[in-house]
Structure formats: structure tokens, C-alpha cells
Design a protein around this ligand. Sequence first.
Ligand code: GLC
Length: 482
Amino acid sequence: MAHKIKVLQISTECYPAAKAGGMGDVVGALPLYLPGQGIESSVVIPRYKRKWFEDHSFVSIHSGTVALGERDVQFEIQKLASTELGYPFYCVNIPGLFDREDIYLADDGHGYPDEKERYISFQLAILHWLTDGTESFDVLHCHDHMTGLITFLMQYCEAFRKLKDIPTAFTIHNGEYRGVFGWEVMAYFPWFEEGRGGLLDWDGDINSLATALKCAWKVNTVSPAYMQELIDDMGALTPLIRHEQAKCLGIINGIDDVLWNPETDKYLKNRRLVKNNWKGFKSKNKTFLLKKYDLKARRPLIGFIGRMAHQKGADILIESVEQCLAEGMKFSTVVLGSGDKQIETSLVDLAKKYPRDIGVTIAYDEKLARAIYAGCDFLMMPSRFEPCGLNQMYSMRYGTVPIVSHVGGLKDTVPDINDNGYGIVARSVDAEGFKEGIQRAIAFYGDKSGLAKHIKKITKIDYSWNNSASQYAEMYRELLKN
Ligand code: GLC
């Protein structure tokens, strides 16, 4: 039998071990669908101080030290003892730097101040481990800037020269975050080939995303439309991505249709889809939400789930909902998420002003999220940019019509109902555009039989990973052709 291609996914998140956003879902799901394409995939992430890690047993397979300047940092690579995830899973234990509960944020809601020490030690530890040769992989697949320096270090550091010819793939889940550090972090790198330092540089700083754009063998974004948007305008990196365009592509994310199945969803006990009775499923879950938040009944229910961040347009949601309510439009809203404190406060204030129209939960809550996907009539995504977006796919799978911005992955997955598509596409990414979106949603809700037919249509769309996994497999094969 031909040798199976072995790929290592290198990331800071992987569901269910540790997830902060969609990247965790992707890294947790893709390896499950690659074996069907002849690819064996493993995952490595940092070990955080989280319950999931405490509840599982690990075997130590490698240990060592990385020198961050004067500071020696001990690390250990641990392998999950059981096979319960369905793929080999490794974590890097770096006490002092990663034994914290939150993946990215300190208590003040800002990124950890020692971000550079964290990411650099994590990347160096992985390269140390791979250099010892006990485990080998045909392709290293890095995700977002936190793993971007690997693409450089493995090619040009003397210490890792054994890894030099292993092809690398790099996925951009979010091109806004770039991992920019001052040149003083050079002190953390082992010696590398003279004259190569320029590969780390962009505009006078070390830029992890720029480094990956230059050094990875292939670069992809998580939707074709987002790749095009970056090529059109990636801010300071526009000339770079244009220069590297030949190795760039867009592959839309899939969703895990086993985890996201309204008939078996473990979070929806007693409120699951039974015998294709969508009407019953939607109404049971809607009633649950209306009761939970004491909202007015017999009107459309619009949901929002996500980070309270500029990217996700949570401020646009607030403004458009407020304007619509002030004009007396009849609909209810439920919002779940956390993030920017100012946005959180304005939401809570708005819910106080309209207690029977808006329900708000400031949290990350997977169980409640499932109830919202299942119980809402519409799900609003006023994203300013959206590399892929998974919520629109989750919502459609649960019979909820998305109201979306015309950007990135939303463009690729949600054509407008008026063009025989799946959702309501706002005309502009601002309160005005989404106000009109809400108006259209209210009108559509009035057409009961049209809506019921539409639910049948969107719940049948195949957004599973099979299609995307075959594109990743193709990308890995191409890398190994060289
Ligand atoms: C990031 C992006 C989101 C994408 C996810 C998974 O969270 O913001 O659009 O779906 O990564 O790739």
C-alpha cells in the first residue's frame, strides 16, 4: 500500500481541548475528514490550564529547553493517551507561559503582555521536538500568525536543518492579526543563515504573518472571496500578498455535520429534531428561548452569536436593532457573546431599555449557542470582514435564515433569497443596511408557507467537510510533488 501522507496541524486552538473561535472548530474537524482523502493528520497545540486537559491523560514523549535570550524555558511534548479524538493529539506544556486559563486574553480583556515569549517558545519547542526525529511528518500545516515563524525557522536555523525540506502550508483564518514584534526578539531565535533576516521583516518590525506569506510553500485563506479581498487590500501587506499570489488560494471551511446535527445534538436534549418535523423543532426551541428571556411571542426572533468585536459588527447590530425598535417594528432579539467591554455594556443597557424585546447573555456558552441556532428564525451577522464565518452554516443547518454582510466567506456561502439563494444579504455593512435586512426578515416571516419551504431548502445544503477536505488533500499532494 502507498505511504499515507502525514500532516501535522500546528495551532493555538483545537476543539474540544481549547477553542476561542472558529479556528478551533476547523483544526478540530479537518483531521477527521482527511483520512477519507488518504491523508493522516495529527494536531499540536499548547497545553492550557483548562479542565479538558486535567480530565485527560497524557504521555510525555519529549522534553527540552528553549533559550529565550538569558531565560531558559523548560517544555514537554505530551501525547493524548486515548484515541478518543479520532486523530493523534499532542500538546506542548510550557509552565509559566501557557498554564493559564484563557487562550489569548489577560484579566483586563487585552492580549497577554508576554505574547512574544509565548508564541516564540511554543514554535521553538515544536521544532526541537520534530528535530529529534522520533515522529516525522510529510507536511507541516500552520494556522494564523501565532505559528507563522515556524515557516522561517525550520528553513534557515542551523539547529533545525533536518526539517529544512519539509513543505509548509499556512492558513490565514484572520489576516488582521499579524504578530508584530520589535527586533529585540531576535535574541530569542537560534542562529540562522546570514542574510536571511529580511524574510522576518515588514516595515521595520518582525511580522509573523508577513514571514509566513514569504516562507510558507502554500498559503490559503478560509474562503475564496476573502483571498480576493486580501489581494485587493491587505493594508500594509498588500504588495506582499500580490507578490506571493501564485502560491495563494482560498478553501472554504466545512462544518462538522456529526457534531452539528439537529437530530442528535447533545446540547438539545428533549428539543431535538424528530422525524423531520422542522415546525415542531423550531417551535420547541423558540419557546425555550422566549421563556428564558421573557420575550414577547408571535414575532420573528433574530439571534446574534459571536465575539463582541469590531470585526463582527456587534455595534452595527446594536444600532440597527435600536433604530428598528424605536420605529415600533415587531421582532425580538437574543444576543450571546463576549468581548469588547464597551459593546457589552451598550448591549446590556439596550436590553434594560427594551426588556421584553431583547435578551442578552454575556458569555461563551456552547449549550446556549445551540439553543439559539435552533430556536431563532433569523441569525444576524453584520461582519465588517469575515474570512469564512461558520455561524451562517450552523444556523442554516438548524433551519435559521442568516442575515449577512456581503463580505468574505459570507459572500461565498449565502447568496440572497431574491437570487434564489439562502439568506438576506444586507445592502451595506452599516446600521442602515441591516435595518433594511431586519425589515426584510419581518416581511419574510409573515409568509409562513414560503418560510417553511425555505427552511427545508437551507437545511439540505451540504456544507460538510468532505468537499473542503479534498481540497486540502489536493494542496498537500501538490506540495509533495516538488
Ligand atoms: C476566524 C475567522 C472566521 C473563520 C474562522 C475559521 O475566526 O474570523 O471567519 O470562520 O477563523 O477559519
